[in-house]
Ligand binder design. Structure first.
Ligand code: CMC
Length: 428
C-alpha cells in the first residue's frame, strides 16, 4: 500500500478515493476491493486482461521487456545453473536450498517416487487412445484417495508436495508405457529427476538404453523454464480451487485440466502438428502466415503471441538455443526446426505480427526439442505439467498462508432476460 490514491468519479455524482498498491518492482494497481460496498458498482474486465487477483512473492514478469524472474533470480541464470529440484525448492520454499536441504528434498522425492500398486490397475481401465493429460489429471486427483487429507496443514504439506512432484513423473511415464503396450519401468533412487523420467520412458525396450546427458541437460532446462509463470490460466485455476480449501491434489488436478487446452499448455503439440502440416503442404510457410492473419479463418500460428509478453518470450530464446545445441551435439537433423525458423523469420517481419507484438512463446520450439528426445506429440503437454507443478504448489501454498485468505468468487454483469412469468406449455 502506498500513500497514493486514485479518485473515481461516477456520472451519478459519487466519488471514491481508491488505494494505490505498488509492488517491489514498482508495478502499480488500483485496489478496487471497497468499490462495491461504497458505490454499488463492480469492475468489469473480461478475461482478467487488466486485473490482479492476488499479491505474490514468487514470480516477476515484465512482458514489455521480456523479463522473467523467480524469487528475484533471472530465468536465464536458473536455467543455466540449477537442477530442476533446486528450482522447485526455490519456488515452493522461497530460497535456493543449502546442500543438506537439497539432499533432504531429493531423498523425500525418492521415497515417494513409486505409485501404489492398486493405482497401476487404473491405467488398464483407460481406452488405448486416451490422452495422457486426461489420465494425468484423473490420476493426480485420485492420489487423494490413497493419501487422504482434508486440508494439507503445515505438517503434511512437505510430504504432499514431494509426493506430487515425485509421482507425476512416474504417472506420466507409466501412461506412455501403457499406451505403447510396454512394461512399466520403475523409478530409480540413483538417478536425478530428468534422468529418472527418461529412463522410465525409454529403458527396457529390448535394446541397451543409455541415458544421454545432453538430453538430460536439455530436459532439465525445459522443466525449469516451465516451472512457474505467475497468474497464467492453470495457476490461477489452482489458486481458485484451493481458495475453497480444496486439498492440494484436487487443486493440482484442476491446474492440469486447465493446462490441457490448446491455447495454454496444449500449444506445443499444436505447434508440431502445424509444422507437420506445413511440411506436408510443401513447406509453404507464407500460406500459413496468410491464414493466421485472415480474420475469417480461425487458424492461429501456434506458439506465437502471449497475453503478457509483448516482446520475445525469454523462455523461447533459451529453448531455441537448447534445440540448436542438442541438434549439434547429437548430429540430429529435423526439417521441422528449419520450417519453424523460417516461420519465425517471416512472421517477425510481417506487419500484422509486428503491430500486435506477436513473438514466439515458450511452446514454439519446445515440441521440436521433445521430438529429439523421442517423446511422442501427445506427451508434450504432460512434460509442461511436470515442469509447472512446483509453481502450482508454490502458489497453492502462498495463498493458503495468506492471513486474509478468502474464497475466490468473482462477480458478473447479468445480461439475460428480465423477470418473467412461466407460460403454460400449450400457450408457448
Ligand atoms: N496468430 C495470429 N494472430 C494472433 C495470434 C496468433 N498466434 N495470437 C494473437 N493474435 C492476434 C489476435 O487475433 C488479435 O488480433 P486483433 O487485435 O486484430 O483482434 C491480437 O493478436 C491479440 O490477440 P488476443 O487473442 O487478444 O491476445 P490474448 O492475450 O487474449 O491471447 C494467446 C494470447 C496466447 C491465447 C494468443 O496469442 C494465442 O492464441 N496464441 C496461439 C496459442 C499459443 O501459442 N498458446 C501458448 C501460450 S504460451 C504458453 C502458456 O503460457 O500457456
Amino acid at each position: 500500500m502506498t500513500e497514493r490514491t486514485a479518485k473515481l468519479t461516477l456520472d451519478d455524482g459519487q466519488t471514491i478515493d481508491l488505494p494505490v498498491l505498488e509492488g517491489t518492482e514498482h508495478e502499480k494497481a488500483v485496489d478496487v476491493s471497497s468499490l462495491r460496498k461504497s458505490t454499488g458498482y463492480i469492475t468489469y474486465d473480461d478475461g482478467f486482461v487488466n486485473t490482479g487477483c492476488c499479491t505474490s512473492t514468487i514470480t516477476y514478469i515484465d512482458g514489455e521487456n521480456g523479463i522473467l524472474r523467480h524469487r528475484g533470480y533471472p530465468i536465464e541464470d536458473l536455467a543455466e545453473s540449477c537442477t530442476f529440484t533446486e528450482a522447485a525448492y526455490l519456488l515452493i520454499y522461497g530460497e535456493l536450498p543449502t546442500r543438506p536441504e537439497a539432499r533432504a528434498f531429493t531423498d523425500r522425492l525418492s521415497e515417494h517416487s513409486d505409485i501404489h500398486e492398486d493405482m497401476k490397475h487404473f491405467f488398464t481401465g483407460y481406452p488405448s487412445g486416451a490422452h495422457p493429460m486426461s489420465i494425468m489429471s484423473a490420476m493426480v486427483t485420485s492420489l487423494s484417495t490413497f493419501h487422504p487429507t482434508v486440508r494439507d496443514e503445515d505438517w503434511t504439506f512437505d510430504e504432499t508436495a514431494a509426493r506430487l512432484i515425485a509421482k507425476v513423473r512416474t504417472i506420466a511415464a507409466f501412461s506412455y508405457r501403457k499406451a505403447s503396450g510396454k512394461p512399466y519401468i520403475y523409478p530409480r533412487a540413483d538417478l536425478n529427476y530428468a534422468s529418472n523420467f527418461l529412463n522410465m520412458m525409454f529403458s527396457g525396450d529390448g535394446e541397451d538404453y543409455e541415458i544421454n546427458p545432453v538430453l538430460v541437460r536439455a530436459l532439465t532446462r525445459v522443466l525449469i523454464l516451465h516451472a512457474d509463470h505467475e497468474q497464467n490460466c492453470s495457476t490461477s485455476a489452482v489458486r481458485l480451487v484451493g481458495s475453497s480449501r480444496a486439498n492440494l491434489y484436487a487443486s493440482i488436478g484442476a491446474g492440469i485440466s486447465a493446462l490441457s487446452g490448446p491455447l495454454h499448455g496444449g500449444a506445443a503439440q499444436g505447434v508440431v502438428e502445424m509444422l507437420l502440416k506445413i511440411q506436408a503442404d510443401g513447406n509453404d510457410v507464407d500460406k500459413y502466415v496468410a491464414m493466421a492473419k485472415d480474420k475469417d479463418d480461425p487458424f492461429r500460428l501456434m506458439g506465437f503471441g502471449h497475453r503478457v509478453y509483448k516482446n520475445y518470450d525469454p523462455r523461447a530464446k533459451i529453448i531455441k538455443g537448447a534445440c540448436d545445441q542438442v541438434f549439434d551435439d547429437l548430429q540430429i537433423n529435423d526439417p521441422l526446426l528449419d520450417i519453424a525458423k523460417k516461420l519465425e523469420k517471416v512472421a517477425l517481419e510481417d506487419e500484422y505480427f509486428v503491430e500486435r507484438s506477436l513473438y514466439p512463446n515458450v511452446d514454439f520450439y519446445s515440441g521440436i526439442l521433445y521430438r529429439s528426445m523421442g517423446i511422442p506429440v501427445n506427451m508434450f503437454t504432460v512434460i509442461f505439467a511436470i515442469g509447472r507443478l512446483p509453481g502450482w504448489i508454490a502458489h497453492w501454498r502462498e495463498s493458503s498462508q495468506d492471513p486474509e485468505w478468502k474464497i475466490w468468487r468473482p462477480r458478473q454483469i447479468y445480461n439475460g432476460a428480465v423477470a418473467r412469468k412461466i407460460v403454460p406449455m400449450d400457450e408457448r
